[in-house]
Write a protein that binds this ligand. Structure first.
Ligand SMILES: Nc1ncnc2c1ncn2[C@@H]1O[C@H](COP(=O)(O)OP(=O)(O)OP(=O)(O)O)[C@@H](O)[C@H]1O
Ligand SMILES: [Mg+2]
Length: 322
């Protein structure tokens, strides 16, 4: 096994049971994070980003069904771990920052109590030692006046401050992997950039692995080493961020970038025709084929195998078949 490999998702299939039947969302997702590596995951709303992230910590909603696949964390399959092993990972190794900082913090407790609870559980520290650790984490998250924040209820803080508290919580101790799922979506424009800068800086300084899920393509481009493009439950392209952003290969990635004029230098955003498919009866073959300008008969038959078009830059599309 590669000593540097932290997380390896292989061929993950996840669906949801609903009153309309089973929706087949993830259709063989794969993703790798090396130690200290910063990974971006991009794709339209509904493409399965959150489903993938929640699978890693096994915190999917109760109607989710993991049909097949492996999620190896330090070589061990998370999907086969006991509750005890999972708790250990959630408490000490991997932490997750969600979109909404309000719902992530229990409103009944002061920030200090919330933090000390986590510290007590994870590091068996109490009293002054726990408080010291909490204050340090708040200070590291660039919160002005950490003592005051420590003594506040979540509702007494602004949205930006609450998200910083979440970042502080996520980075307590010696985490190995931070998963941030749209961490700045609900924040004001001015605060967004600050929070992201802070998160990016802390992740770099501590050399922890980071999965940054976001629809803000510019922010992803600036902050990650490698990027994965998810379309309707399939990774359609992945590679070093510089290469993917300067030379997008998959017709879907190209369209996605055209939606952000700043990335392509064009004046108007074009948008992608059609919508993400219905997951109850998804398209056969490449799930993008109904929306693709370059569709060929083979695209409807079978899922394309990935091709390495340039060093470490892969695409799953029949237009690149060798
Ligand atoms: N509990 C659930 N039950 C049924 N379907 C669900 C459930 N949770 C998510 N889905 C469906 O799974 C698909 C993927 O959702 P997911 O939240 O993973 O996408 P996403 O890429 O994170 O989207 P967004 O960018 O909007 O956050 C969507 O069609 C969604 O409606
Ligand atoms: Mg999501």
């Amino acid at each position: 096994m590669d000593e540097n490999m932290l997380l390896q998702i292989k061929n993950l299939h996840v669906g949801y049971k609903t009153h309309m039947g089973i929706s087949h969302v993830l259709n063989g997702v794969h993703l790798e994070v090396h130690k200290g590596e910063r990974i971006g995951v991009i794709g339209e709303s509904g493409s399965g980003k959150t489903t993938t992230m929640k699978s890693i910590l096994r915190i999917l909603p109760s109607n989710a069904i993991i049909k097949k696949g492996e999620i190896l964390y330090n070589g061990k399959d998370v999907l086969k771990m006991s509750e005890k092993e999972l708790l250990e990972i959630r408490r000490k190794k991997i932490s997750m920052i969600f979109q909404d900082p309000t719902s992530a913090l229990n409103p009944l407790f002061k920030v200090g109590q919330l933090m000390e609870d986590i510290i007590k559980y994870s590091y068996k520290l109490e009293g002054d030692e726990a408080k010291e650790m909490a204050l340090k984490a708040l200070k590291d998250a660039a919160l002005p006046d950490p003592e005051r924040v420590y003594d506040s209820y979540p509702f007494q803080l602004s949205g930006g401050m609450r998200q910083r508290v979440c970042i502080a919580l996520a980075l307590i101790g010696e985490r190995e992997l931070i998963i941030a799922d749209e961490p700045t979506t609900n924040l004001d424009v001015t605060i967004k950039a600050q929070v992201l800068k802070l998160l990016g800086k802390m992740v770099r300084e501590r050399n922890v692995g980071w999965i940054f899920v976001s629809q803000a393509l510019g922010a992803v481009q600036e902050n990650v080493d490698r990027v994965y493009v998810l379309y309707a439950g399939n990774i359609v392209e992945w590679g070093p961020a510089g290469k993917v952003f300067s030379n997008p290969l998959h017709p879907y990635t190209q369209k996605l970038f055209e939606c952000v004029p700043k990335l392509t230098g064009k004046k108007f955003a074009k948008g992608i025709r059609g919508r993400i498919p219905n997951y109850f009866s998804p398209p056969s073959g490449c799930r993008f084929h109904p929306r693709c300008d370059f569709v060929m008969p083979v695209c409807k038959k079978e899922l394309p195998k990935p091709v390495e078009v340039e060093h470490e830059h892969f695409v799953a599309c029949y237009n690149y078949r060798r």
